[in-house]
Design a protein around this ligand. Structure first.
Ligand SMILES: [Zn+2]
Length: 321
């Protein structure tokens, strides 16, 4: 087919799949969009959101494809069945927020950023990650939120960098933010990452320790696994293992399972690391692993020095595996 006819066929497919319903009493506009294997059932709460449908569709389909490759499978519902159709409820609001449940994404978007780094695109990528981590494989209780939330942040920005929603230079600057929030959190050295998420109240009180400590832990673990195995293994393998061997409808995971998954997928034993930094209150030793400022400096000005930071560039999605 010529390019023109391929385009025409794609447009006809789009219109065929596009059921458009508008109920003025509810002011919710429903629209179904199919792109490849993925079908999105939109419910737009306002005209501003409806006008950005194509932008939302691009981010959601990019995100699903990225994570599908990462986990080597689509997300699963509560019965353990894979799905590719998702209801997406979107509204415009003052502050960014989002939520994910099996087969469901919620987004309140704004052109403002959250904490200076999250755009609605990266927030949406965080929520899409939860369709796998949290909704396809799930923690036993809140003590594993450091992993659930921190790793969602880590992979949201990694996906955003590899998909071009965040520049490579910004990826390095953004990675400094969780370090700053973690190291200045009031619970640092007193509350362990596990304790920080044990209840909803603890999660609120220790938001930056939990989310950003978990994000720093993800960077450290990924970097360390790459360093110790000459880039043969990474955190991606661990995530794949969790997805494969902890289906939510059969069993839930805890800290011991994460240690076991790292060992089984990479051959490395992180029991001591977990005892000290995840169960215990010792501070994650970033300085022993990488130097973000130097990695950014060399990225900008010293191409011949960039080989010192190869593992970190892989960790942050600047270099692709
Ligand atoms: Zn989350």
């Amino acid at each position: 087919m010529t390019k023109f006819y391929r385009l025409l066929a794609a447009m006809m497919l789009f219109w065929a799949c596009n059921s458009y319903a508008h109920n003025p009493s509810e002011t919710v506009t429903k629209q179904t969009v199919t792109t490849g294997a993925i079908t999105l059932h939109y419910e737009f709460a306002d005209a501003q959101s409806l006008a950005k449908q194509q932008e939302f569709t691009a981010v959601i389909t990019d995100g699903i494809r990225y994570y599908q490759q990462l986990f080597t499978g689509y997300p699963r519902d509560l019965a353990g069945k894979h799905y590719t159709d998702i209801t997406v409820r979107i509204r415009h609001g003052k502050h960014l927020s989002g939520e994910a449940d099996p087969k469901l994404l919620l987004l309140t978007w704004s052109d403002n950023t959250m904490f200076g780094i999250h755009t609605w695109q990266t927030l949406l990528l965080h929520e899409i990650f939860h369709l796998w981590s949290a909704e396809s494989f799930r923690y036993q209780d809140g003590r594993e939120h450091w992993f659930n939330e921190g790793f969602s942040e880590f992979y949201a920005f990694k996906a955003a960098t590899q998909q071009g929603y965040v520049s490579q230079r910004d990826a390095l600057a953004i990675a400094a933010q969780p370090l700053g929030f973690y190291y200045s959190a009031k619970g640092l050295g007193k509350v362990s990452l596990r304790e920080a998420g044990k209840s909803n109240q603890a999660k609120r009180d220790n938001y930056f320790l939990l989310y950003h400590g978990g994000w720093v832990a993800a960077m450290l673990l990924d970097h360390d696994i790459r360093h110790k195995t000459a880039n043969e293994h990474s955190l991606d393998k661990v995530m794949r293992w969790m997805y494969q061997y902890y289906p939510r409808n059969i069993k839930l995971y805890n800290n011991a399972d994460i240690i076991e998954a790292i060992k089984a997928s990479t051959g490395l034993d992180y029991q001591v690391f977990f005892t000290r930094y995840i169960e215990g209150t010792e501070t994650l030793p970033v300085v022993e692993h990488f130097d973000l400022g130097k990695a950014l400096w060399d990225f900008e000005f010293n191409p011949e020095q960039q080989h010192h930071h190869v593992y970190l560039y892989h960790t942050l999605g600047i270099l692709t595996d």
